[in-house]
Ligand binder design. Structure first.
Ligand code: SAM
Ligand code: SF4
Length: 330
């Protein structure tokens, strides 16, 4: 077994697999308001194809595989997908990112299939605001889904909140308190400009430093990890609580030098950087008769082309192909 390392010496131990680009919601910062054409279900990677790609990634040192999307739980075979990942013995951590709407029904089967922990998106606890931001979501279902996940042993739970000026900046303390009171962690994410949101991203952009300041009026935060240990998030302990508060600052504090991940899109392409457009077809190798070794060879070859950094600015995206975040999974 070797350890995947790029030309800048960054060790890649973490793979994010977007298992579907479709979603049952349509968050304003992630998807355009117009109709989006999703990949046909029959063209998505099958559970066993995902298993082969993960086997190859494990072969080159990956130990964490995150299931993401789109919304992974819209796949009827999502437990089978998780099972194929956990059957790859070397993978010891299988987190999932979900909007939580279907978690109440699917938590037990996901847990049994090997999902270890979950990140759930909550941008507002106010039903009307949540419905508007997600274009139709029911916050009550999400909260029930999170409880079901915790009951089934999916733990820890992290709440992801995208910071939005004038939309949720007035309830950040309340969202943090909800998370911390339940022993969940919470991460506040600066809104990234994509092709679909670039027109209004500057107006909604709310810097993490301002969020931190607001939280510090109510909580005592103390640094718990140097960012290099946790990938993009900078995490803080909170006096009196078990959960952490984290901040992800793609715009106000570039973290590309400590990037530890690559991604696979829902149509099976390796994407070396969320905002870099060079991709290579991995599932095509399998469909042409290749297996784990051929995919692992491609991973070793392509990792040298991982871009040094993204070139995002407020109101300026740096990817021509990233229209909706659901294509790649964040
Ligand atoms: N559907 C799942 C969910 O919402 O958690 C998983 C996929 S979603 C694309 C993954 C994460 O990306 C979510 O936490 C979401 O809030 C975040 N995200 C989507 N678009 C974003 C943007 N423009 N800027 C920052 N975060 C974004
Ligand atoms: Fe769907 Fe997640 Fe994107 Fe919201 S952030 S539209 S839930 S994929």
């Amino acid at each position: 077994m070797d350890q995947l390392q790029d030309s800048l010496g960054r060790r890649i131990r973490y793979l994010r697999v977007s298992v579907v680009d479709a979603c049952n919601l349509g968050c304003v910062y992630c998807m355009p308001s117009s109709r989006v054409l999703f990949t046909k279900f029959s063209n998505l990677m099958s559970p066993s194809e995902i298993g082969t790609i993960v086997e190859a990634a494990a072969e080159v040192g990956t130990r964490t595989v995150r299931i993401t999307g789109g919304e992974p739980l819209v796949r009827h075979d999502i437990a089978e997908v998780a099972g194929c990942i956990s059957d790859v013995g070397l993978i010891d951590d299988i987190p999932i990112s979900t909007n939580g709407i279907f978690l109440r029904e699917k938590a037990e089967s996901l847990s049994s299939a090997g999902v270890t922990r979950a990140n759930v998106s909550i941008d507002s606890l106010q039903p009307g605001v949540f419905r508007e931001v997600t274009r139709g979501g029911d916050i009550g279902r999400v909260l029930e889904g999170i409880k079901a996940a915790a009951r089934s042993g999916i733990w820890p739970i992290k709440i992801n909140t995208v910071l939005m000026n004038g939309i949720n900046d007035g309830e950040l303390v309340e969202i943090a308190r909800y998370a911390l009171d339940h022993d969940y962690s919470i991460r506040f994410i600066e809104m990234m400009p994509l092709k679909s949101n670039v027109a209004f991203q500057p107006k909604l952009f709310f810097p993490a430093a301002r969020a931190k300041k607001l939280l510090e009026e109510h909580f005592h935060l103390s640094a718990v990890s140097h960012a290099s240990e946790t990938g993009p998030a900078v995490n803080y302990g909170v006096e009196g609580y078990q959960g952490h508060v984290g901040f992800i600052t793609p715009l106000s504090g570039n973290f590309c030098s400590r990037c530890n991940r690559v991604r696979v899109t829902s149509d099976g392409r390796l994407r070396m950087c969320l905002f870099g457009d060079n991709m290579v077809d991995l599932v095509g190798i399998i469909r042409a008769g290749g297996g784990r070794d051929e995919v692992a060879a491609k991973l070793r070859e392509m990792i040298q082309f991982k871009p040094e950094k993204h070139y995002l600015e407020i109101g300026k995206t740096s990817s021509e192909t990233l229209f909706a975040m659901s294509q790649v999974g964040g």
